[in-house]
Design a protein around this ligand. Structure first.
Ligand SMILES: *[C@@H]1O[C@H](CO)[C@@H](O)[C@H](O)[C@H]1NC(C)=O
Ligand SMILES: *[C@@H]1O[C@H](CO)[C@@H](O)[C@H](O)[C@H]1NC(C)=O
Ligand SMILES: *[C@@H]1O[C@H](CO)[C@@H](O)[C@H](O)[C@H]1NC(C)=O
Length: 401
């Protein structure tokens, strides 16, 4: 945790050092090999800011670019996301949504689409992934334009970076033999929780979040994830961030299409980074250049027969005749869809207007405490009394869902 732990630094430094020694001996006795030199000493200790972790605090969150996909006609979406980005120190490049498509350009399976909106959304992601490949962009965060995040996004992403390094450098049975978990094949191992402040990782060089060859996608904004368990044929190692004040207490957490493992199995204020499993909604995801190549090939060229988010889920799961990409996710999510007070039918350009002329009652974003959009007034006028949608010790508010 980056908040409120200054007094524990020394303790962490000491235990970190002891852990390094223990790990070095463990690897000798277990595998009969020389201890791996890649466990770099002091600078790379978990729980300590420094090196490229600082890059996470820059205007693109330590990625090379942040893109938001926006239909130029949705001026309302653009107004809000631009202001939200500005107020939280982020720099966003806009990418035009798609409004027409010739059917002869579709890859195999494209005829399965029944919704034009879903087809156009898929194409917008493909255009952007192609741009990433064409311009050799090493890492990018890709967002839909109606998302929200906590005002404390930068400290959250620093914690996420510590956690992604841990997940990428461990396996379901212990620290990885190499930099990362590339050759992992599920052997029915038990779930192992790695506390991010106790587990040492090496300092990556190509991205603050872990070497770009070791990950394809970070699924950071979704409307549901299931953390892998031994029967899921996915790596089950998890990085656990305890005492995160940006995480609502469990009575407030809405797992949506995901499972209840976080809510039922962990203390309040816990955030977990794991491999992605059955994610729904592609609200925001980071992608590495190797990941962009894979998705452009798999979903742009090889076959697309379902909505983009579900197709991405099959790539992350290695299902539906696709090789498995390395995708991590996080629960609670870091980006969530913003629910403004609005005509329900105006909220999405993908869905059908089944809600007629119903208005929503409260503005909120699921699982986000200090919603940036919900605090526009405070941020614009420089007031520090931020609205916390999900207050500790209180029952879940009536959000009029
Ligand atoms: C933020 O850091 C990343 C990783 O070091 C870098 O690629 C990117 O250019 C930086 N962004 C800005 C706006 O400086
Ligand atoms: C793409 O970027 C990588 C690493 O940043 C570099 O090694 C490579 O030469 C670049 N390729 C092109 C075509 O610019
Ligand atoms: C979380 O906090 C709530 C309210 O303070 C409390 O009722 C609940 O028991 C706590 N849950 C856990 C798992 O500690």
């Amino acid at each position: 945790m980056s908040l409120g732990l200054a007094g524990n630094r020394l303790w962490i430094a000491v235990t970190g050092g002891i852990l390094l020694i223990i790990l070095a001996f463990a690897s000798v006795s277990t595998y009969g090999k020389a201890p791996s030199l890649r466990l770099k000493a002091p600078g790379s200790r978990a729980g300590e800011s420094g090196g490229s972790l600082q890059d996470v605090h820059n205007a693109t969150l330590g990625f090379q670019k942040i893109f938001a996909i926006n239909l130029p006609s949705r001026t309302d979406h653009r107004d809000s996301i631009s202001l939200a980005a500005h107020l939280t120190g982020l720099q966003v490049d806009y990418w035009d949504g798609v409004t027409s498509l010739e059917s002869k350009t579709l890859p195999p399976g494209g005829e399965e689409f029944t919704s034009k909106g879903a087809l156009f959304a898929w194409r917008a992601h493909m255009n952007l992934l192609r741009h990433i490949v064409e311009n050799n962009i090493t890492t990018a965060l890709i967002a839909e334009d109606d998302i929200d995040w906590d005002i404390r996004i930068k400290s959250q992403m620093e914690d996420y970076a510590r956690a992604s390094r841990v997940v990428l450098q461990t396996t379901s049975s212990g620290p990885a033999d190499d930099y990362y978990d590339a050759d992992y094949t599920s052997a029915g191992g038990a779930v192992i929780d790695y506390n991010v402040v106790e587990h040492p990782t090496t300092e990556p060089t190509s991205s603050p979040y872990g070497e770009i060859e070791t990950w394809d996608i970070f699924w950071l904004g979704h409307c549901g994830v299931k953390m892998p368990t031994p029967s899921d044929n996915l790596p089950t190692n998890r990085a656990v961030i305890y005492n995160d004040p940006t995480v609502p207490e469990t009575q407030h957490i809405d797992a949506e299409f995901g499972d209840r493992q976080l809510v039922d199995g962990y203390p309040n204020h816990t955030r977990i980074v794991s491999h992605a499993h059955d994610n729904v909604c592609s609200l925001a995801y980071a992608i590495s250049l190797p990941g962009a190549r894979k998705i452009l090939y798999e979903l742009g060229i090889k076959r697309i027969d379902r909505a983009f988010d579900l197709a991405l889920t099959s790539v992350c799961g290695g299902t539906d005749r696709r090789p498995r990409a390395t995708c991590l996710s996080v629960m609670p999510q870091i980006f969530a869809g913003y629910h403004p007070i609005a005509l329900r039918a105006s909220l999405s350009d993908i869905g059908t207007p089944e809600h007629g002329d119903e208005y929503t009652t409260v503005a909120f974003s699921k699982n986000i405490r200090w919603s940036t959009r919900g605090n526009f007034e405070q941020l614009v006028y420089g007031r520090k009394q931020y609205t916390d949608t999900f207050r500790d010790g209180e029952p879940k508010p009536d959000l009029g869902e």
